[in-house]
Design a protein around this ligand. Structure first.
Ligand code: HEC
Length: 264
């Protein structure tokens, strides 16, 4: 177990430590100026009726999140049915080894190991989109940055001092957060506060900025779906209900005309 734990740490730590050094060099060389990034107003902009996006999100979740997080209220088969994923793809790419299609989506990470490694157990994500909101998760996944003072060597703007490592940095690249000093008060009361300004990529990832944005949006979309799987179905019923009501109105109107045609 100890061996495995240090492997996990080394995996995440090595690129980050490298990045920190490079970032420091870049900063020393006088990096370019840009407008402050208003990350708090970012929106997920996901669409739970977009089945292709949900399918990609499910794949992202199985590749990047299920190692630590479960979706304990969702069964694989349900996901396959709702997202029109063929049985062959389901068993080959989604269902974890040792599980079958009718099982709930659990993580292989034992809770007490997680507690040892991260100091906390990664939460089940079944209801996270409902408790925290999709925009929060979107901002969370996009605001990891290098911080060598943290045990994970990374930190996060949406959730400062989070115990979750920057697990998507191979896709997004490794970012350095640049803060600026904002002074308030004057004289003896003057205080200086560090306010986030912008990110600087110190190690490029495998994806372009647009591709990574799509990756995050799809993943958030899938978590939105997982929080209320029936919403996809419910929305498609909605259309039929509206059509039905329109037809009923048309018939009622014709009937009314028929009844009243003799009355003058
Ligand atoms: C290496 C393990 C690991 C992986 C992989 C991982 N996480 Fe986490 N995650 C954690 C831990 C640990 C926490 C708890 C953070 C805390 O409470 O400080 C967490 C917390 C979270 C939270 C809750 C944040 C909050 O405000 O409570 C969300 C959302 C989340 N992770 C999403 C994801 C998604 C989406 C993925 C896949 C792209 C992912 N995680 C992959 C370890 C992981």
């Amino acid at each position: 177990m100890v061996k495995y734990a240090s492997l996990v740490l080394a995996l995440f730590a090595a690129p980050l430590a490298l990045a920190a050094e490079e970032g420091a060099n870049a900063a020393a060389a006088g990096a370019e100026k840009s407008a402050p990034v208003d990350w708090e107003s970012w929106h997920a902009g996901n669409d739970v009726t977009d089945i292709a996006s949900l399918q990609r999100g499910a794949r992202n979740f199985m590749n990047y999140c299920v190692g630590c997080h479960s979706l304990k209220y969702v069964r694989y088969q349900r996901v396959a049915d709702d997202l029109k994923i063929p049985a062959s793809v389901l068993s080959a790419e989604l269902v974890a080894p040792g599980s079958n299609a009718l099982d709930y989506i659990t993580t292989a990470m034992p809770a007490h190991d997680a507690e040892n490694w991260f100091g906390t157990v990664p939460p089940d994500l079944s209801l996270i989109a409902r408790s925290r909101g999709v925009n929060y998760i979107y901002r969370y996944l996009k605001t990891f940055y290098t911080d060598t003072s943290r045990p994970t060597l990374s930190n996060n703007l949406a959730f400062p001092t989070t115990a979750m490592p920057a697990v998507v940095s191979d896709l997004e690249g490794v970012k350095q957060a640049v803060f600026r000093d904002v002074k308030s008060g004057s004289g003896a009361d003057a205080t200086t506060e560090q306010v986030f300004d912008h990110f600087e990529t110190t190690v490029p990832g495998n994806m372009s900025a647009e591709q990574f944005d799509g990756f995050v949006r799809d993943t958030v979309n899938f978590l939105d779906y997982a929080g209320e799987p029936v919403q996809v179905e419910r929305r498609s019923y909605g259309l039929w209900v509206v059509l039905y009501l329109l037809m009923l109105t048309a018939f009622a109107w014709l009937l009314k005309k028929e009844y009243w045609k003799e009355v003058h």
